[in-house]
Unconditional design. Structure first.
Length: 94
């Protein structure tokens, strides 16, 4: 098992310097840097290469995540729908 953290735990307002964050996380023993998918899409090819090269040099993996759209978020649907998993799954697939 490898350990890491979502980059935002090391930043402010969902932003951070990913290179410095990777270095700080590595110094704390983390082996995985998780970056939000939308942030990866905002990076230039050069920034992505620099992040990959940095993580490769540190022996860290980069993973990505994406949260549900607001209309699919559990906090944005009705309480009765949240109580019925099948209804929620159908809701998400629509």
């Amino acid at each position: 098992m490898k350990f890491g953290a979502l980059y935002s735990y090391w930043g402010h307002e969902w932003k951070c310097d990913y290179i410095e964050t990777a270095k700080r996380m590595h110094a704390c023993g983390c082996e995985v840097l998780e970056v939000g998918a939308p942030h990866l899409l905002d990076m230039t090819d050069e920034q992505l290469k620099e992040l990959k090269d940095t993580c490769d040099g540190l022996g860290m993996e980069i993973t990505s995540n994406i949260g549900p759209a607001e209309e699919l978020s559990l906090i944005h649907i009705s309480e009765p729908t949240r109580r019925t998993p099948i209804s929620y799954a159908v809701f998400c697939l629509k």
